[in-house]
Design a protein around this ligand. Structure first.
Ligand SMILES: C[S@@+](CC[C@H](N)C(=O)[O-])C[C@H]1O[C@@H](n2cnc3c(N)ncnc32)[C@H](O)[C@@H]1O
Length: 202
C-alpha cells in the first residue's frame, strides 16, 4: 500500500510509517501543511482543501461516527491534498510530527468538558501546547475557537505560555473563511464565540 493510502487508513496510523512522519512522502509533494484537530464530519478541512489546493491538509478525528462520515465525504471528492486519520490528535502530534513542519493548526470548538471533574480531559493543556509550538513552522499560526467561556479563560494563559496570542472578534480578519459545523450552528443561534490566533514567538 502506498504511504498516502496508509495515512488515509485509520487502522494504520500511528505505527506503520517511518517516524517522524515525512509529509512529502505522505502527500507526494512539498507544500505548506494545515492540520485540523477534532474535524468532526470534516466540513472545515474539506472546504479548506478545496479552496487551497496549493496547501496539504490533514484532518484528525478521534470519534468513529464523525470520522467515518468525514472519510466518506473525502472519498467522494478525491482531493489529493487532503488526508484524514482517526486517532487522538494530541498523541499524534507529540509522537509523530516532525519539528517546525505545520503551517496552520485549526482547533475549533474542542469538547468543553464543562463539569469541573472533567476539565482534565480538555485538549488544551501545557504539554500539548508545547508540542504545537515545537511542530509549528517559524511563521506558523494556530487558529482556535470555542463557544465556552470557561474553556476560553482556561486555554488563553496556557496558549500564552508558549505562543503569541491575539484574541479576535468575529469575523476574524486573516483567518480561513470556511465555517465548521459547530460554528455555523452557534452563529445561527447567536451564541458568543471566543477566538484566538496564536503565533510562534520570533
Ligand atoms: C465539539 S466537536 C467540534 C467539531 C468541529 N471542530 C466543529 O467545530 O464542528 C469536537 C470534536 O473533536 C473531537 N475530538 C476530541 N478530542 C480529540 C482528540 N484528542 N483528537 C482528535 N479529535 C478529538 C471529537 O470527537 C469531536 O468530533
Amino acid at each position: 500500500m502506498a504511504a498516502s493510502e496508509a495515512v488515509f487508513d485509520p487502522e494504520l496510523l500511528p505505527g506503520q510509517l517511518p517516524l517522524p512522519l515525512d509529509w512529502a512522502l505522505i502527500f507526494g509533494r512539498r507544500a505548506p501543511l494545515g492540520v485540523e484537530i477534532g474535524s468532526g464530519g470534516g466540513r472545515f478541512v474539506i472546504g479548506e482543501a478545496e479552496r487551497h489546493p496549493e496547501m496539504d491538509w490533514l484532518g484528525i478525528e478521534t470519534a468513529g461516527h464523525y470520522f467515518y462520515t468525514m472519510k466518506e465525504r473525502v472519498a467522494k471528492r478525491r482531493l489529493p491534498n487532503l488526508k484524514v486519520v482517526r486517532t487522538d490528535g494530541a498523541d499524534l502530534v507529540a509522537s509523530c510530527f516532525p519539528d517546525a513542519s505545520v503551517n496552520t493548526y485549526h482547533i475549533y470548538f474542542p469538547d468543553p468538558w464543562p463539569k469541573a471533574r472533567h476539565h482534565k480531559r480538555r485538549l488544551i493543556k501545557p504539554a500539548f501546547v508545547r508540542q504545537l509550538n515545537r511542530t509549528l513552522a517559524p511563521d506558523g499560526v494556530l487558529y482556535f475557537a470555542t463557544d465556552h467561556r470557561g474553556y476560553c479563560e482556561e486555554a488563553e494563559p496556557i496558549l500564552r505560555a508558549e505562543l503569541d496570542v491575539t484574541p479576535h472578534p468575529d469575523p476574524w480578519p486573516d483567518a480561513p473563511r470556511g465555517r465548521t459545523n459547530f460554528e455555523a450552528k452557534y452563529m445561527i443561534a447567536g451564541r458568543p464565540i471566543y477566538r484566538f490566533i496564536a503565533r510562534r514567538r520570533a
